[in-house]
Design a protein around this ligand. Structure first.
Ligand code: SF4
Ligand code: SF4
Length: 92
């Protein structure tokens, strides 16, 4: 049976409402877990915003360090797990 990935001590949480879609975080992520999404029907998404695939994130902090708008925060994993929807996502 495949061994489950151990969760890192902290995870990158991105405030999608403030992301400008500049791509700086996408370029540095060593595990390619940041994706650009667009939704032509939603004006705020016109430039594209980023989302982080939390089950893949290794908590390296690089994205938070390079984001020019400081919209990525490193949050202790135990805090992130208090959100039921995210806890379910990380448990699978
Ligand atoms: S903390 Fe590291 S692994 Fe996680 S999203 Fe940011 S750059 Fe990627
Ligand atoms: S670096 Fe910051 S502003 Fe730029 S795409 Fe990533 S989260 Fe958005």
């Amino acid at each position: 049976m495949a061994k489950k990935k151990k969760l890192p001590k902290q995870l990158a949480i991105l405030d999608e409402d403030l992301c400008t879609g500049c791509d700086a975080c996408v370029v540095v992520c060593p595990v390619d877990c940041i994706d650009k999404v667009t939704d032509p029907l939603h004006p705020a998404y016109a430039m594209g915003i980023c989302t982080i695939d939390l089950p893949v994130c290794i908590g390296c902090k690089l994205c938070a360090q390079v984001c020019p708008w400081h919209v990525i925060t490193m949050v202790p994993t135990e805090e992130v797990l208090k959100e039921p929807r995210v806890a379910e996502l990380l448990a699978t």
